[in-house]
Design a protein around this ligand. Sequence first.
Ligand code: ZN
Ligand code: ZN
Length: 208
Amino acid sequence: MWNRRAQRARILAERYQGERLQNLRNAYPSLLDLVARTGPPALSESARELNTTQLDQLIHESWESPGNFSALEFFARAVLQPYAASFPAGLDCPWCPQPPQAGCLRPQADGLAFDLVCALCLRRRPFPRTRCPGCNESSETKLASFTAPEFPHLRLQACDGCRAYLFVVNLSLDPAAIPEVDELAGLPLDLWALERGYYKLQPNLAGI
Ligand SMILES: [Zn+2]
Ligand SMILES: [Zn+2]
């Protein structure tokens, strides 16, 4: 059964990658046009200069070797996110094993369950709440939490073992929150952490 599952996963992965990556090209013109018109200056300039071949290459690189964030990777991630999000349950996207975009606390029974959010497909997976997703440190003395009064549902979790941090969005305090969106709002906390020598486990779509 396990072999059949593995084989099935490979078949699905190939089918999705082969056929559906081609379909992503349909999204190029509208993405480039939108960013050229409404993006911040540097990004909109890139949108005007990028051609289909370059975009193909960016997307290919981002898919094959995740984790090398550059300003241009914004375009690859913008195209790939909805594609990766449509993967069937159980089929990881190439970024799933990479550092997560954010953490998420959600009400469950009479407590809170902790999930990590994949930076590309944005699907959530359970993870031990008191462990650093960067280095697996679980000593309480190494893990610190920071909050700011203006974002009561956001918590910055920093690790003194590997100096990584990520945002944890508490859905019990704001049920309407969307972790990958709300963490973008935490910029003042980002700056605070960066000034203290922490680095973000996974830069978001805005490159922060
Ligand atoms: Zn994923
Ligand atoms: Zn760590």
